[in-house]
Design a protein around this ligand. Structure first.
Ligand code: MLT
Length: 409
């Protein structure tokens, strides 16, 4: 008899964004022709940078000719891209990352979700709350999260680090030993950012507890404050205890093009039951080369073009465009009397809705035809909040804020 992985039975409802999509589809069915403005899922709306499009075209042409055609590439990514990443994203900021420590992939969601596979099922896992649901759900699937506890609204086997107004959504260090810690800065969903001093504390904790930090930096390109770190490797000692995830999705509009990467430093170790240190770089390389055949050649060329002078200028413009939307949303919500964080070094604005998250979501959907994301979908500490994303045209953002103002005033 074929049996299922029963851990999947412990997953709560469906994936947050599928839940939202269902409510949106029901609204659209009931209101045909009504223009819906989507500021929910963080999906970019503007075209790819011209430098990327040119590179995509050129690489596609190469694929047409027998002399320049490429079949399987290296699973870890082509050297041209890995070298550009190490140089521009890390070494230029004083962070020591070598090209062969970079693993190119088709998404940070997959990588943050998959990385736990190389770690023991006994690991004690800490997540912040609110949290990007992928970190929790993939540990539930693996069987690390224990049972869902209806009373606490949490999984018994996970350690939750509370983010709230008092701590500015920067949770304190765990008060019990944990082995694996998921951090995301600039944070999805709250838009909060961590200073170097704060990251130093996490690195020190990880070293003292022989723990591993999975650091999701998918939104680093939105940092405008020069004092904030873009990479955990700007912190001394982080190479021994942290893996970092990056993505071109929000940085360069690649949500539909698919390209991201993960950095696993050679010094980063995990241990066997008998205490022997094992290289995570070697383990991830083994996993990656077994289960993944690499990102397509034209897409890697498009990603490489981001690092050209033209590419850099174009993505700066793209990011500035979305950040201007974010500033506008934050100003309007603040003027309506709602406390906000995020939106300055992040494309997300985290808003205290002063009411149940899903009720607030439904109100904006049904009365303003605007889609946001209910904070409760990111965990218990998100209850009462909503997240508005800045990814849309400025015209749509303006219209959405007019409609929201009319509903909330
Ligand atoms: C979000 O809206 O939180 C993101 O788009 C999700 C993702 O990047 O997977």
């Amino acid at each position: 008899m074929i049996r299922i992985n029963e851990n999947y039975q412990s997953l709560q409802a469906s994936y947050l964004f599928s839940d939202i999509a269902k409510r949106v589809a029901a609204f659209q069915k009931a209101n045909p022709g009504k223009k819906l403005i989507k500021l929910g899922i963080g999906d970019v709306t503007r075209g790819l940078p011209d430098a990327c499009i040119k590179a995509l075209h050129a690489a596609t042409d190469e694929m047409a000719s027998d002399s320049t055609f490429r079949g399987y590439g290296p699973e870890q990514g082509y050297d041209f891209l890995r070298e550009a990443i190490a140089k521009h994203d890390f070494q230029a900021r004083g962070a020591n990352v070598q090209p062969d420590e970079v693993f190119v992939s088709d998404g940070a969601k997959c990588d943050t979700g998959n990385f736990q596979e190389v770690l023991s099922l006994d690991c004690k896992v800490a997540v912040t709350d609110p949290v990007y649901p992928v970190y929790v759900d993939t540990n539930v699937m693996a069987g690390r999260a224990g049972n869902w506890n209806k009373e606490t609204g949490r999984y018994d086997g996970l350690v939750y680090l509370d983010g709230n107004r008092e701590n500015g959504f920067i949770p304190a260090l765990p008060t019990q030993p944990v082995d694996l810690i998921y951090l995301c800065f600039p944070n999805n969903p709250t838009g909060s950012t961590a200073t170097k001093a704060q990251l130093q504390q996490w690195v020190a904790y990880a070293k003292a507890n022989k723990a591993l930090i999975l650091f999701d930096a998918a939104y680093e390109a939105f940092i405008t404050d020069d004092t904030l770190p873009h990479s955990i490797y700007e912190i001394e000692g982080a190479r021994e205890v942290a893996v970092e995830f990056r993505s071109y999705s929000k940085t360069a509009g690649f949500t539909g093009t698919r390209c991201a990467y993960t950095v696993v430093p050679k010094e980063c170790m995990a241990h066997t039951g008998s205490g022997e240190a094992v290289s995570l770089h070697a383990l991830w390389n083994r996993r990656h080369t077994t289960k993944f055949n690499g990102v397509s050649y034209p897409v890697q060329r498009a990603a490489e073009a981001i690092y050209s002078p033209q590419g850099q200028a174009q993505i700066k413009q793209l990011i500035a465009y979305y950040l201007n939307n974010a500033r506008y949303i934050r100003e309007k919500m603040t003027a309506l009397g709602y406390a906000c964080i995020g939106g300055d070094n992040s494309p997300y604005i985290w808003i205290d809705g002063k009411s149940d998250s899903w009720a607030f979501f439904d109100k904006l959907l049904n009365e303003a035809a605007v889609v946001c994301t209910p904070g409760a979908g990111f965990g218990k500490c998100g209850q009462g909040y909503i997240r508005i994303s800045a990814f849309n045209s400025f015209e749509n953002v303006q219209e959405a804020m007019e409609r929201i103002s009319a509903v909330l005033r």
